[in-house]
Design a protein around this ligand. Sequence first.
Ligand SMILES: CC(C)(COP(=O)(O)OP(=O)(O)OC[C@H]1O[C@@H](n2cnc3c(N)ncnc32)[C@H](O)[C@@H]1OP(=O)(O)O)[C@@H](O)C(=O)NCCC(=O)NCCS
Length: 143
Amino acid sequence: MGTRDTRAFERRLEEAWWPALRDRYPEPPGDSGGWDADQRRHAMMHHPVPAPDAVVVDYPAHMHVNLLSRARGCGLGRLLVQRWLDHARGSRVTGVHIAANRSNAGALAFWPRLGFKPLHDLADAQPSRHIWLGRKIAFEPQP
Ligand SMILES: CC(C)(COP(=O)(O)OP(=O)(O)OC[C@H]1O[C@@H](n2cnc3c(N)ncnc32)[C@H](O)[C@@H]1OP(=O)(O)O)[C@@H](O)C(=O)NCCC(=O)NCCS
């Protein structure tokens, strides 16, 4: 799944999603080193990290793919991304980015197979546990 406009999506999260989730899942106490995966997610709801401006300017769309383990490794990820890219191309989206956790070796192997390139030069000024990758999307100009 994805969005054509990352900044509009971030605004919508602030308006329509984060307030209720913040009420339901308070900020975890103590040091982040002792948090479990749920608590790290709760902290993220209170302090979401926006995509770097330098990434969004050329890659304004973003996407995610998370398959159940039994659905992985048989071409479904590639099919879904290609389908999404076709849809985005039809909507005249010019570039899409993804953020992968630095420790997610599977994702870091997968995205380059789909034409995504690391955006170190654009994103490394903002230290993060993510690696940003992007792909330009070419579309045929209308006559
Ligand atoms: C990462 C993910 C989306 C890949 O989808 P998938 O259906 O398993 O991948 P595909 O079968 O379509 O593989 C496409 C290509 O990527 C490669 N690839 C996919 N997963 C890989 C892995 N874990 N290690 C190495 N290569 C991998 C495949 O070998 C294939 O290469 P090819 O072009 O040579 O054929 C899926 O495994 C997933 O949902 N993982 C858990 C969630 C996650 O990490 N999401 C990404 C967060 S950024």
